[in-house]
Design a protein around this ligand. Structure first.
Ligand code: FJE
Ligand code: FE
Length: 293
């Protein structure tokens, strides 16, 4: 009997446009994962393409139970948390923040900038890591490794692996996060473990994905089929393209989300109590105000 062959490339199952909406304090975001048409992309909870001018931002707010990954495209963003951790990230830089049991922080553009543009991804934490100590992994653009599978194709490996180049970022569950810049008329193949959930978010230009050459346009999220294939074929034609390729092993655990708190069950109520009474990870929130917003 002939063996069953896995399909050669994953295909696109949905293409959803992210229109701008207001978020935080006077910030504008294009929400990808997390919008009504794009729920259930376990382990991913949210992806926002943010655009903030000097009057907007995300002032003092808490997180528990997941990670926020902020990747700057243009402009500069400052952050400060209740433990005194503070810094600025600029174009191409990355902040991988594991909120764990609790972070309260402020995320604001540098005031001299006219515009701060980037991506923020929320990745759920497996049950056993939800209450871990908060941790930051911060990488400057120059510290993020690049793969160049061919002339005119550059892949920044933020997490996981591409064309033999590996990221040193520690992920609590298997995750890949790749930033692709492709010149026109190029074709690449990206490998992806067969069990991973994945999607592409288009930032600029056009790309054609899978053997059926599904056309992906800017600000669209393209979800990858779960057909067990371990490759994704990506092509450009008459335009350059810039997009991120994000994939991960689903946690398959219950998600109970209330805004910036993501737990597995009714321990979400303990989280409200902990935040209100500054306990179990929120001790330093007592009387804390950020100095940047
Ligand atoms: C948040 C509303 C928010 N997208 N993109 C409610 F705006 C936020 C929040 C963000 C955010 C921050 C940055 Cl730097 C970039 C974002 C939403 O901070 F956490 C809740 N709960
Ligand atoms: Fe935040």
């Amino acid at each position: 009997m002939a063996p069953t062959l896995a399909p050669r490339s994953r295909s696109i199952t949905k293409a959803i446009l992210s229109k701008e909406q207001s978020e935080g304090a006077g910030a504008r975001v294009r929400r990808s994962i997390g919008r009504p048409e794009l729920r259930n992309h376990d382990p991913f909870l949210m992806l926002d393409e943010f655009n903030v001018d000097k009057n907007g931002g995300f002032p003092d707010h808490p997180h528990r139970g997941f990670e926020t990954v902020t990747y700057m495209i243009e402009g500069q963003f400052q952050h400060e948390d209740f433990a005194g951790h503070k810094g600025t990230i600029g174009p191409g830089d990355l902040q991988w923040m594991t909120a764990g049991r609790g972070i309260v922080h402020s995320e604001m553009p540098v005031k001299s900038q006219t515009r701060a543009h980037g991506l923020q991804l929320w990745i759920n934490l497996p049950k056993e890591h939800k209450m871990c100590e908060p941790q930051y992994q911060e990488l400057l653009d120059s510290q993020i490794p690049r793969a160049t599978p061919q002339d005119g194709v550059v892949v920044k490996v933020i997490a996981g692996e591409s064309h033999g180049v590996k990221s040193q970022v520690y992920t609590r569950s298997p995750t890949m996060y790749l930033d692709f810049r492709m010149d026109k008329n190029k074709t690449v193949t990206q490998t992806i473990p067969s069990t991973f959930t994945g999607f592409i978010y288009m930032l600029k230009g056009k790309a054609y994905i899978g053997s059926k050459e599904f056309e992906g346009n800017a600000h669209h999220t393209l979800t990858l089929s779960e057909n067990g294939a371990e490759t994704v074929k990506i092509q450009t034609k008459d335009e350059d393209a810039h997009f991120v390729f994000i994939a991960g092993e689903p946690l398959k655990e219950p998600i109970v989300q209330h805004g910036p708190f993501v737990m597995n069950s009714k321990e979400i109520y303990d989280t409200f109590v902990d935040y209100q009474f500054n306990q179990n990870g929120f001790e330093r929130a007592l009387n804390w105000r950020s100095t940047i917003a």
